[in-house]
Design a protein around this ligand. Structure first.
Ligand code: SF4
Ligand code: SF4
Length: 470
């Protein structure tokens, strides 16, 4: 029998990390058309967020989601739990808008209006102002801790934390009247929930925009994962024109690079240095790209210096590149059937929601019938008792008249005029009397008509059942 020698081989233990180690990104600051638009949106969204919370309307906060009182105030509109359909409509509009913009121009929302991008941009700007441009920041991080480094880092984090806490405070200010909240913060008398959300939202801003940055987009945001399902070959994406740019290489500005077989890319790396997610767009579309356009601005400036045509990196579509479509043909395909369907649906839903809001009656009535037996008066008339729950959604006290219809001679025995305070609900007992022999025995349909005395167009009719004993 043949013996096969078995020689033990020492096993080298290796440890494999489940996650790629983070390489810190130091985006170079960038100016240009797309960068300016990004800043316009930063200013616009933040002015809206920080400013709206302080606006007043009718002696109260203009936008307030009062969860305790279960009322949402949005300028002149007061929404009650019954109006939550509008919240559902708002979610549908947001989802359809996202579908539409993604089908047209990919991750446009991510690059320009997503809070993660907006706060990262602001935090980066602060970092840039305190620690300097990309190279200075890299040098500072690589250097040992000194008094200067410590003070720069301390100032940066201090400003970041103040801004993050102000963001958390503003967020809570949409749920608790912000002026009262400011007094509570000043007096250290914040309630436990307010304290929790104030700190939670504040430190989430600090952590996400100061530390995690592009990692939120890469690893935490679900939109990055499913956006590809909404893309097709006619979606505008940030693209490097390989046919024009390659072969890449540095060269003297004065040479005729084409005669030497070179493309337009001078391989300067600016497009990579300005990228907030640290990718090289020349390697093709990657899910990390948030379509911010910083690389377009960077590359256009290089093209200007070299005297080449702009647009080596640009917003374009796959079809435009492969089929060499001109701008007109490309835009025609961008507004294709799919985007037209999304757009029409969106327009229709917005229109319906606007009409419904415009016709929104600021009065709601619920009728609850008393379970007791109907009362028969000496004259043989029959009385049923109801409870009318009247909701006045206007911000002034209103007087209403209550009438009953559907039975000849039917009348309300107790007061037919009621008053309901501003934005409140009040319940009223109502006794309805119907003369003898008007209605058949058993259940009969009647209607309550509640009318605003000063604005008769505000009228609500509610059905009810009137019982006649057998
Ligand atoms: S590749 Fe260009 S567009 Fe995409 S994230 Fe980087 S800089 Fe922005
Ligand atoms: S910025 Fe333009 S020229 Fe420079 S490496 Fe990027 S693609 Fe090439």
């Amino acid at each position: 029998m043949k013996h096969i020698p078995i020689i033990p081989v020492p096993i080298e233990e290796t440890e494999l990390a489940l996650f790629e180690e983070r390489r810190k990104i130091y985006p170079r600051s960038q100016t240009g058309w797309f960068s300016s638009w990004r800043w316009v949106l930063v200013f616009f969204t933040q002015a809206l967020f920080y400013g709206t919370a302080w606006l007043n309307w009718n002696d109260r906060q203009a936008v307030l989601f009062d969860l305790v009182a279960r009322k949402f105030y949005i300028f002149g509109l007061v929404l009650w739990p019954q109006d939550f359909i509008y919240l559902a409509v708002l979610l549908v509009i947001s989802a359809l808008s996202l579908f539409l913009f993604t089908a047209i121009a990919g991750r446009l929302f991510c690059g320009y209006a997503c809070p993660q991008t907006v706060y990262t941009e602001i935090f980066l700007w602060i970092e840039h102002k305190i620690e300097g441009e990309r190279n200075a920041r890299m040098k500072l991080d690589a250097s040992p801790m000194t008094a200067r480094k410590f003070s720069l880092k301390f100032i940066k984090h201090f400003i970041w934390i103040v801004l993050a806490l102000w963001t958390g405070f503003t967020f809570v200010g949409y749920f608790t009247p912000i002026r009262e909240l400011a007094i509570e913060v000043g007096n250290f008398t914040l309630g436990p929930w307010e304290t929790f959300w104030f700190l939670f939202y504040g430190f989430a801003t600090y952590g996400n925009a100061g530390w995690m940055r592009e990692q939120v987009c890469k690893y935490m945001c679900p939109y990055a994962r499913f956006q590809s399902a909404m893309f097709d070959k006619d979606t505008l994406i940030v693209t490097y024109d390989t046919a024009r740019g390659d072969p890449r290489g540095s060269r003297n500005k004065k040479i005729d690079h084409k005669s030497q077989g070179m493309g337009d890319c001078v391989d300067c790396g600016i497009c990579v240095q300005v990228c907030p997610t640290g990718i090289d767009i020349r390697q093709g579309l990657q899910y990390e790209c948030i379509a911010c356009g910083a690389c377009i601005d960077g590359c256009d400036q290089v093209m200007d210096k070299m005297g080449y045509e702009r647009g080596l990196i640009r917003y374009t579509t796959e079809h435009a590149l492969t089929r060499k479509l001109d701008d007109k043909a490309m835009w025609k395909r961008v507004f294709r059937l799919r985007t037209l369907i999304y757009g029409s649906l969106l327009g229709l839903i917005i229109l319906l929601a606007a009409v419904s809001l415009a016709m929104h009656t600021p009065l709601k009535v619920d009728v609850i019938k008393d379970r007791g037996m109907p009362k028969i008066t000496e004259a043989g008339a029959i009385e049923n008792v109801y409870r009318l729950q009247v909701m006045n959604t206007q911000e002034s006290a209103r007087h209403y008249s209550v009438a009953v219809e559907g039975a000849a001679g039917a009348m309300i025995v107790n007061s037919a005029n009621i008053e309901v305070g501003s934005a409140t609900t009040k319940a009223f007992p109502v006794r309805v009397r119907v003369p003898a022999n008007v209605l058949a025995s058993g259940s009969n349909r009647i209607r309550f008509v509640v009318k605003d005395i000063d604005a008769p167009e505000v009228t609500v009719t509610e059905k009810a059942v009137f019982t006649v004993p057998r």
